[in-house]
Design a binder for this molecule. Sequence first.
Ligand code: SF4
Length: 320
Amino acid sequence: MIWKPAYWDAWRSGELRRRSQEAEKLLASCTLCPRNCRADRRWGRTGYCRSGRLPAVASYNAHHGEEPPISGTRGSGTIFFSNCNLSCAYCQNWPISQLGQGKEVSFEELAGMMLELQERGCHNINFVTPSHMVAQIIISLELATERGLRIPLVYNSSGYDSLEALALLEGLVDIYMPDIRYLDRAAAQRYSGASNYPEVAKAALREMWRQVGPLVLDGDGIARRGMLVRHLVLPNNLSQSLECLEFLAREISPRVYLSLMAQYFPAHRALKMPELARGLSHEEYQRAVEKAEELGFDNGWFQELDHSGGGPADRIVNNN
Ligand code: SF4
């Protein structure tokens, strides 16, 4: 059987056109993410994400640093959007996510980027920080599909996604790659400016899992469909790692692919927050690894800390 991306049938049936029109309408009173600002994005950038009607893109490229089934051998076609609907104190990309570095492009130009990445051999189109750009993605996807886009879409988000947006994306996204960042409201407020992050992310991950299920790989080990969850372990248990893992095992599945990330280093406002102003210790990361093993996660990756006390590692270790 010839493989087709999720959005192909939606395009052929006219459903992608209908979603694109619905998404465009939502920009008049934006409820596309859990902030529910109701900003009129057709004429201004007054919502929390400071984003207007058009897509704003910081960069696009073939990226080789994602998890192996996403990067493969030819790279993942990442498109980094400017701005964000969170404001994480430790964001390593804060000039892009919080200062809006990048530029507005037309829907046609965003579609052209997708096609260029496909032309360059990328295994997928990987939308990075997409939660405030759901409408722009859908509108541009229709244009790109008409012009020959055929590779899987990866929705690479913080997990701060509304069910309304996920309903618009159902049957269009092949691979969901969300984070689970915290399960404590006070931590979510202090470090990302979103006290409702825990309940929003839990609902979003359940819905993503319902839509796509476990990761499905092709004969070369490249992801075609499914969900992969990332958890960044923060120092001083600020990301409630053990609780996050328990949630995933209990309410998603131990079969979900898990990327347990050790690459935290202080950046941006974290440098001035004593509890965040250091890297992760071996003990802190090891505790999370042991918990993941105890809970029976048998698909995914653990990272290696370097021995200088918590710098980012570049080797990803398959846990299988
Ligand atoms: S996408 Fe932006 S404008 Fe829309 S609800 Fe979210 S933060 Fe507000």
